[in-house]
Each structure stands twice: as structure tokens, then as C-alpha cells.
Write a protein that binds this ligand. Sequence first.
Ligand SMILES: [Fe+2]
Length: 133
Amino acid sequence: MPYFQWSDSLLMGIKAIDDQHRQLVDMVNSLHDAVEASGQHCPAPDLVARLKAYAAEHFHVEEGYMQAFGYPEFEAHLKEHQYFSDAVTTFEDNWATDTANPAEVLDFLKKWLTEHITGVDVQMGRFLEDYLR
Ligand SMILES: [Fe+2]
């Protein structure tokens, strides 16, 4: 069983966004596998950098949908994305200097993504489904 098990409770209903969420889950699993397989403390810093870049791209897509359809919770949702991006930037910096705690980072990524997707992303999906279906 992977570290971060995909489940249909993570589906928010817009295929393009669901596919990106799956990709993020895969990236967390790749980071987890690298940590497990490596004798080093903070292995594969490129995986953290790639996850950060992909999350930024993904947030941009979600924010585009929200803006296009005048989503009323846009500002609050944006703040959550900003919080995650700031946290991952800190992880990236700490990873590069080998001062990150890999288990804590992985735990944060898994928990934040699960809570964000099943919470505000699912909510956003319900709002957008009126326009997109
Ligand atoms: Fe989101």
C-alpha cells in the first residue's frame, strides 16, 4: 500500500483538477519512497522542488476556474494555497541544507492535501458543477 493512498473521497468532480490531485499524491509517494530507500537524511531535493513547481501550476489552474466563475470563497481559498506554498518553500530551503525533518514534511503534505481537497476543493467543485456540466 502506498504511503498516500488515493481514494475516491478525493474526487472533486472536475477531471482536469482531479488528475492534477492524483499527480500531487503520486509526487508525495515518490518523495516518500526516496526517503525510505535512501540512507541520506534529506534525499532527492529535486523532488521537493518539482512538487513545489507542480503545486504552483495546479493552484494557478484552480484559481483560474474560481476567478472565471466569480467564486465567492476565492480569497479564503487563495489564502490556503498561499499557506501551502510558503510551507513548501520552507521545506525546500531546509531540505537543501539537510535540516528538514522528512517524516514531518511528508506528514504535513499528506494531511494538508487530504484536508484541502476533501474540504475546500470539493466545495469549489460543487459550486463549479452548475457551470461546467
Ligand atoms: Fe485548492
